[in-house]
Ligand binder design. Sequence first.
Ligand SMILES: NC(=O)c1ccc[n+]([C@@H]2O[C@H](COP(=O)([O-])OP(=O)(O)OC[C@H]3O[C@@H](n4cnc5c(N)ncnc54)[C@H](O)[C@@H]3O)[C@@H](O)[C@H]2O)c1
Length: 343
Amino acid sequence: MTLNSRPETVRVQRGTRTGQMIIVSVDSTVLGPALGGCRIRTYPAWRDGLDDALRLSSAMTEKAALAGLPYGGGKTVVALEGPEPRRADLLADVGDLVESFGGRYLTGPDVGTSPDDMTVLRRTTEHVLCRPESEGGSGDSSGPTAAGVLASIEAVRAHRFPGRPLESLSFAVLGLGHVGTLVASHLAAAGARLTVTDIDASRRTVARGWGATWIDPDRALGAEADVLVPSAVGGILCPDTIGTLRCGAIVGAANNQLDADTTADLLHARGICWAPDTVVSAGGIVSAIARERDLVSPDEAARRVGDIGRRLGEILAAAARDDVAPLREARRQVQDLLTPPMV
Ligand SMILES: NC(=O)c1ccc[n+]([C@@H]2O[C@H](COP(=O)([O-])OP(=O)(O)OC[C@H]3O[C@@H](n4cnc5c(N)ncnc54)[C@H](O)[C@@H]3O)[C@@H](O)[C@H]2O)c1
């Protein structure tokens, strides 16, 4: 699912220290420097990593624009084809490539990299976000990401279930990792009815503490709940799976939940309100920019994260007026933002 299949710049090079293939895709700098984390993972072939970089950098353009950030989208992918080289050498090679963009691209943690890796990366390039809190940075992004999800849940509640307080709704949280656990514990504390799942069965103990019902991961998508909260992997919503859904709305942080844009139309036709994941999951990046680039207080950063709910509410309202899927309205807004005004 890509918004823009014409990235501005793609650089692919073998690191001088490790010989490892490293890809940086800068999708757009129309609104400002491109933002996007550094992913290190194994691919069948490095060209698969290139596909991932193109797709993910395009999604970052959309995420930054819809969050109202004066930034574009990018991504680094280190496409491992065999054993990983020494991490410090690999990060130095990544740093060389990031540095070659001269600040037109800022990286940060992603799948396979941690805030501590960013400290190492910073030895080679200063164009890195998400410093550890011990260094005055924004630290782990899970907290602000979960806060953005909760603000989005409130927007969906007001739009799809007006007049019903949070505690009267039922939720199914799919995935109890960093973000899902924070979201589920907040919903439990608010008194909402909870069904939860994870492929890691040890998470059952946590679920029991909340009084939540556990469901098998294979059946979780079909859980009967007002709101599904995808908090694990992407690609879960496709024409084959949406027939099994028994929910009124879907809002969660999991990236790339849809297999294709047309699946958003199918969900809309079924009367299921799907909140675009690029809007819902922006809390981490909004907080990192607020704290590390704009140097605002923690309270102001939290306020900006909370504003994700207002932005989502506007998208849902405009989509309802035009009777289109919220994804279509979100895409329209991004195109407006990226297209220079006619003179
Ligand atoms: N952490 C962030 O700041 C952030 C920011 C934006 C988007 N996201 C996205 O949100 C999602 C969750 O992020 P996270 O940081 O909590 O990840 P995480 O790795 O901490 O947690 C994911 C959890 O999902 C579980 N899981 C995996 N496959 C599953 C399946 N098929 N069914 C049920 N559970 C399954 C894992 O066991 C794990 O507990 C991911 O898609 C991530 O890309 C996270």
